[in-house]
Design a protein around this ligand. Sequence first.
Ligand SMILES: *Cc1c(COP(=O)(O)O)cnc(C)c1O
Length: 379
Amino acid sequence: MKLATKLIHAGAEPDPSTGAIMTPVYQTSTYVQSAPGKNKGYDYSRAGNPTRTALEEALATTENGKFGLAYSSGVAATDTVIKLLKPGDEVIAASDMYGGTYRLFSKVFEKFGIRFHYIDMTNPENVSKHINSNTKLVWTETPTNPLMNICDIKAIASIAKKHKVLMAVDNTFASPYLQNPLDLGADIAMHSVTKYLGGHSDVIMGCLVMNDADLREKLYFIQKSCGAVPGPMDCFLVLRGIKTLHVRMQRHCENGEKVAHWLRSNQKVGKVYWPGFEDHPNHVIAKKQMRGFGGMLSFTLKDDSVENAMRVLSSTKIFSLAESLGGVESLINHPATMTHASIPREERIKNGLTDSLIRLSIGIEDADDLIGDLKQAIG
Ligand SMILES: *Cc1c(COP(=O)(O)O)cnc(C)c1O
């Protein structure tokens, strides 16, 4: 079955009691048992809820995976993966990943004795160099937020496999429409479902998708034990969002391409970070592992002052100044003070995330209107 058909029908069985075509919102915390321990597969909604089960099946399908697990946020999904580890274990992570992931690793888990190495993953050899006998996990993110670097999932996965190290990919920016890490050899695909999968800026949620049954059991045990589960109404909203993922993503990609090219042709714009450009340093890998280049891009201005960036950031009328991404509406964001403020300035600048960098999440409005808005804001 092709993706468009799978997205519409994934996890959607008619409700057995009424035939309802949409999965009901099972707004319940518990389930009546006919005798102690005798239930219909559900006993308490932290451990399982039918709306969540339908969503988890749908999420697995989007990533061509066997198992899906949904969490109350993207960082809760990441948190679950790190909880597979124990003190003394080491993790190799990308140096320019999502600020909240960096914060979780460095401010929460380091004090439990887990060591993180932050490296440039655009060269897979760097991963090999940092693997030692304590390494248990390679955490990648591609494209990276906000600099749109691409790392070679297949190459890194084969290095991880050779050393029997688990590999997880934060696939939020690409969405399952553009890239499927499990098909490229990764063990876990992680998403901030909040973004493209939800798609309507109305839910905070995360997920993990995997093929290995033992790994699924371990991650499910942590989901149940630590309790970061999404509620049934949020699961329903995402079930609805997934049905239009392919239609939305197609437009995100078309608009992203138009805006990227327009920005590049503008005299007042400095660098434009978008993996679809043929001279993007990782374009060849992007083309190989992605089916399109998405709706995320970042840029700087030729007048590289913070004041000039601030002026543009507060002058758009269609682009809303807000954190987050992947919704139908276009957003403009200042990583240095907003999404990536939790990364120390020195660390940020070292990785190319300057004070004047502007990030765009291109929505599915009319591309000409978006370009018109940027034109009047850049001035
Ligand atoms: C937003 C985001 C997260 C965190 O997800 P939440 O749903 O906000 O907890 C993780 N990774 C990336 C790439 C993100 O954009």
